[in-house]
Design a protein around this ligand. Sequence first.
Ligand code: KG4
Ligand code: ZN
Length: 357
Amino acid sequence: MNQKKDITLLAIETSCDETGVAVVRQEEHAVQVLGEAVASQIDIHKETGGVIPEVAAREHVRVIRPLIEKIMQESQVTGEDIDAIAVTVGPGLMPALSVGVQAARTLAYAWNKLIVPIHHLEGHVYSALLQKEENNRYTIVPDSFPALALIVSGGHTMLVHMPAHLQYRIIGTTRDDAVGEVFDKVARMLQLPYPGGPHVSRIAEEGDMTAYRLPRPMLDSHDLDFSYSGLKTAVLYAIRDMDPTTFEAQKPHLAASFEQAVVESLTAKVAMALTQNEYRTLLLAGGVAANARLRKELVNTASDHNVELRIAPITLCGDNATMIGLAAAFAYNAQRIQDWNKTDAMARTSLESFSVI
Ligand code: KG4
Ligand code: ZN
């Protein structure tokens, strides 16, 4: 990055059920986070066992303005210090996305600034691509490319080939449910609270992962795609066929067997992708990147294939605005910026269309 002066960006994320705000400053070889916060709606959505888009949107509306004011104050910046406003424009829940985009449009108009539109998944990618140091500094590691990114979240399961910064080619994706979604559905079958991923993984620690023979989805498919509906059904049948009096005792074993099947399916496809191309770096990001077993297994996969593994810090695995600011630092530099009145929320939008060629 060789801009004339340090660039300061306000970043906003409201694609699902977390309201994220951050202020980042792009320096020569690093991005400094000046302030950041995530207001989680988990307690609200727990009651319905999932996210109702309108409820999420109403909560974003309630918290976004005070959150922006608080983070700007903590970062000791005013509207004048902000060079541009970065915002997640998609994909996500339309009512939720619209709140963040509308906030960004309003501030850009009021402060006469440009907008850096960010794809939610490039945010996740950049949370792993940069190296977190002390004092909330994220350094830009030279020679990271080509990079292979595994993005695993509640909405996406994706392998992305990156020949350079801001260049994305999707080489594998899920044919049905996303990994996080399956964790959440299996959690519901096991009568665990929402969001289920962390709960499944916690009880799995005490279980025997060989207790249930569950399918390893798509291992013979010869492509890089994923599919989880078969595995989900297999878990359902295992519960149905179980003596109900043993349910509580069996839960950890079923959770561990399920988690292992998921992890094996993911690492197998990563290994396949690593043999198809020369990669320097393997990135792991998204909500499910918080999963300890997945993190551990990917360490082995990376060392087997001689690539450097970079995993998003736990604090940036879930949705947040810091990752949007990190990606935006690069997008701003590449002039991927636009006027407020050209900026709209897009519930569905492809990561590839955000590539800078
Ligand atoms: O990236 P994220 O916060 O939101 C989306 O963009 O979707 O991902 C949330 C997903 C949820 O499905 C949640 O259950 C899952 O990540 N998750 C986990 C773990 N922590 C969060 N799944 C498995 N193991 C975990 N430790
Ligand atoms: Zn996400």
